[in-house]
Design a protein around this ligand. Sequence first.
Ligand code: NAD
Ligand code: ZN
Length: 359
Amino acid sequence: MINNSKNILNYMFGKGAIENLGSILNNKKSENNYVVYYIDEYFEKSELISKLPIKDNDEIFFVQTKDEPKTQFINKYRDILVEKNKNNPKAIVAIGGGITLDTGKAVSNLLTNEGNAEDYQGWNLVKNPGIYKIGIPTISGTGAEGSRTCVMTNAKSGLKLGMNSDFTIYDQLILDPDLTKSVPREQYFYTGMDTYLHCIESLNGEFRNAIGDAYSRQAIELCRDVFMSDDMMSDENREKLMIASYFGGCAIANSFVGVIHPFSAGLSVVLDTHHCIGNCITMNAMEEFYPKEYKEFKEMAQKQGIEIPKGIAANLDDETYLKLYNSTVIHEKPLSNALGANFKNMLTLEKATEIFKRM
Ligand code: NAD
Ligand code: ZN
């Protein structure tokens, strides 16, 4: 099948690029003049806030990052704006990591589409274009800035799925590598690895195409440069990882993941493990599926002095293993991409439990 793919229309890249936010907003014509900001809570007391072109009638929300987005939070954000009669802003600006970028995308869609966030978890369900939105990543790796989805969990049903839609893609990106300077080293590694792992899963899969492969190969090369170097957080390496992440996001639109992401999703739904650290924990048990990459991953972690937590699923009861299994094998597309249509013959409850115990 050939996708009719959409890319980000406008992106600005370089140190200090965020200083252009004011002029981008000024150039945007709209019936209303206020802007809604979603900003990672880390920046609440930082200098960055004073540099933003925030005006009196703008709305600012500091997004918590203890939990990954839930559909009910997204509905709540929409409700607050509706109550304040601020539901048709000139722009939504999201500044932060994957959690914040996904929040901005989801609220933007929900403000112009009826119903609740839960109604749009799936593929191509969003009917109307969302509010014009600008994404400004402050940590690199998930590709959320470039992708056509915004991951969220419906806590009631346990479904973790994004609004996969062309309307979910950011209208404008500001990629400013100065913003990632303050990321803690462990987090920088875990999130950066999301791109590497996504891309090695794609390249080892069955459902491939030349565009997805090209983005993935280039993103992996950049990750190798960054994580095999002496200082993964040098100015040059933060620039490279920002581009790797963006390419990784473009690759997501043209490819599928494999075994790692489904297991990590299991950890996330059942044990509330965050996405990027969950991938790294999973990778520790993936030698049989990705032997070369497993070795390389270990080398990169060692080179950067990063310890991947171990044993989080070593001693659980049978009921929990069953829940983990069910929330892993539900990801049929990536698992058949990696292991073939009959993946359940190989990936039995017993086998999956053994993998979880090895993590
Ligand atoms: P995050 O949003 O989870 O943030 C991780 C931590 O880094 C937080 O504590 C945050 O406060 C902190 N942080 C962010 N920027 C910082 C900075 N400059 N300085 C200091 N601290 C900073 O980060 P993430 O790993 O980028 O995102 C994970 C989320 O992305 C998950 O919810 C996952 O589901 C989602 N995701 C989305 C996509 C997509 O395509 N939409 C793809 C993969 C993952
Ligand atoms: Zn991922």
